[in-house]
Write a protein that binds this ligand. Structure first.
Ligand SMILES: NC(=O)c1ccc[n+]([C@@H]2O[C@H](COP(=O)([O-])OP(=O)(O)OC[C@H]3O[C@@H](n4cnc5c(N)ncnc54)[C@H](O)[C@@H]3O)[C@@H](O)[C@H]2O)c1
Length: 327
């Protein structure tokens, strides 16, 4: 049985707690939040102990692992703190907000098992697309395009206490909402060769520091990928990723995979479990967290280990290095 603690008891932590509660080999023993009422509420709901800081929790408890569900800027330092005590780390995305933080995570990962929650890699349609690309079922992959067009208004940023600021969120639509899509592109295509990016703040100008829109021309694994993400739309439209192969175009949208060939279109839909949280968080948390603990139990590499997110983190940081010039 893994004894687990959750740090940060806000929105996504509720999904982690529910998954840990449902898995047979994990027990949530404690949680911490600087807003103590949030930790208390989680403790009451899931029958664990509540603390008002990570330090207080670590001084009193001996968890086998911590789940980091805190704001972006805290992931790497908290991972390092836990790892130095020999505690395994499962961190929400993004892994880092800067290159300095990457070194902290490398230090942490050299000491303990460390996983990053890019749960969409576990989506059945993404796995099937990866198999088709890796096995070259429709020939070579030539290029890709991806669109994330969602809606986020000022209260979403203002009320959180950490979103919308470079120091605490590390960026906007790229690092927060569309980093999952960037990660899938890197998984499907390969790490970044070149990165060109422009960023803008359209509908929340003056309200937030960070970008609400990013467009990029990336070369990933030697092939071009066109990337567009915004939170200035009027609804959370399904994310679209299109992969252009020699003999087919594959399109990922919601839980479907469409394969368009000269002979016609095949549409595969995959059964997915009901989302534990908001629909746009997807349904991959259970599979991702279960796989993390299974990998530790069976002493095998974890699919979402630090090495596996290096390309995504590098592409993202390079997009900010370029894109901030145009903001
Ligand atoms: N994988 C996904 O699909 C997904 C979905 C949503 C959020 N997330 C990620 O999860 C993280 C949290 O997002 P959220 O939407 O739950 O945010 P949130 O603001 O709802 O929750 C964050 C919590 O952390 C607490 N906190 C802040 N500083 C702390 C500290 N020093 N010690 C302990 N607790 C502290 C806050 O009080 C808050 O309760 C972010 O990194 C976000 O990107 C991932």
């Amino acid at each position: 049985m893994f004894h687990v603690a959750i740090i940060g008891c806000g929105g996504i932590a509720q999904v982690h707690a529910a998954v840990l509660h449902n898995l047979p080999d994990t027990e949530l023993i404690a949680c911490a939040d600087i807003r103590p009422e949030r930790a208390e509420a989680m403790a009451q709901k899931f029958g664990c102990r509540a603390y008002d800081s990570m330090d207080a929790l670590l001084d009193a408890e001996r968890p086998d692992s911590v789940h980091l569900c805190t704001p972006h800027y805290l992931h790497a330092p908290m991972a390092q703190k836990a790892a130095r005590r020999g505690i395994a780390v499962f961190s929400e995305k993004p892994p880092v907000i800067s290159r300095e933080q990457w070194a902290m995570l490398e230090d942490a990962a050299s000491r303990v098992p460390l996983g990053i929650c890019f749960q969409n890699r576990y989506n059945p349609n993404a796995r099937e697309a990866k198999r088709l690309i890796d096995e070259k079922v429709y020939g070579e992959l030539l290029g890709a395009r991806a669109f994330v067009t969602w809606k986020r208004e000022l209260p979403y940023y203002r009320d959180s206490g950490w979103r919308g600021a470079w120091a605490t969120e590390g960026g906007g639509v790229l690092i927060n909402q569309s980093v999952h899509t960037l990660d899938l592109l890197v998984q499907l295509m390969g790490p970044p060769d070149t990165v060109e990016a422009h960023m803008a703040n359209h509908h929340l100008k003056g309200g937030i520091e960070v970008e609400d829109t990013v467009e990029a021309y990336l070369v990933l694994g030697g092939r071009p990928a066109l990337f567009y993400a915004t939170t200035a739309y009027t609804q959370d439209a399904p994310v679209m990723i299109e992969l252009h192969c020699e003999r087919a175009t594959l399109r990922l949208e919601s839980d479907a995979l469409e394969i368009r060939t000269q002979d016609g279109t095949e549409r595969k839909t995959f059964r997915t479990d009901a989302a534990l949280g908001k629909g746009y968080w997807g349904t991959g948390h259970t599979a991702c967290i279960a796989d993390f603990y299974d990998s530790i139990q069976n002493n095998r590499p974890f699919q979402n280990d630090l090495a596996s997110v290096r390309g995504t983190a590098d592409a993202m940081l390079r997009m900010y290095e370029e894109g901030r010039k145009t903001l």
